[in-house]
Design a protein around this ligand. Structure first.
Ligand code: INI
Length: 154
């Protein structure tokens, strides 16, 4: 019989760092709300959650790395919102943010979760931040809980 390993969705006793961007705060506050709700409903306590605000998505990876390197957190959740219509350098901001977050996870070994919404316009972004398309912040929190447990069990 093959051995299967699956990360549990139990957040009790785990510590989470959340890095959230102020750019497009209307959206990112909703992502943060979704993430906190998901963490707490799975057993995380307030004192085990640290939230750090950064100016924009581009700044997320540096602070995520600081948190991950501190080894204080079971997982780091990165929340941001990049809207194509707002910037001619959308592709650069989006790809550097994604690459930077992936690099933090791979270099530190701490699950570092990509909860950055990329959207064509504000309407589409809001749909992914508690609207019709769910809440990417809550999804990111669930991925963080699962990955933190998975890493522990390997
Ligand atoms: N930052 C975002 O998080 N979302 C955006 O849509 C965005 N736009 O449109 O430019 C954005 N730009 C700021 C960027 O992340 C940095 O904060 C800035 O370039 C300073 O380094």
């Amino acid at each position: 019989m093959a051995r299967e390993i699956i990360g549990q969705l139990i957040a009790e006793g785990l510590r989470f760092g959340i890095v959230v961007s102020r750019f497009n705060e209307l959206v990112t506050r909703r992502l943060l709300g979704g993430a906190l709700d998901a963490l707490k409903r799975h057993g995380a306590s307030d004192e085990d959650i640290t939230i750090v605000w950064v100016p924009g998505s581009f700044e997320i990876p540096l602070i995520a790395r600081k948190l991950a390197e501190s080894k204080e957190y079971s997982a780091v959740i990165c929340l941001g919102c990049i809207i194509r219509g707002d910037t001619p350098h959308f592709e650069y901001v989006a790809s550097e943010t994604a690459k930077g977050i992936a690099q933090v996870a791979l270099t530190t070994g701490v699950p570092t979760i990509f909860g950055v919404v990329t959207a064509e316009d504000l309407h589409q972004a809001l749909e992914r931040a508690g609207g019709k398309q769910g809440n990417r912040g809550a999804d990111a929190a669930l991925a963080a809980i699962e990955m933190a447990n998975l890493i522990r069990s390997l």
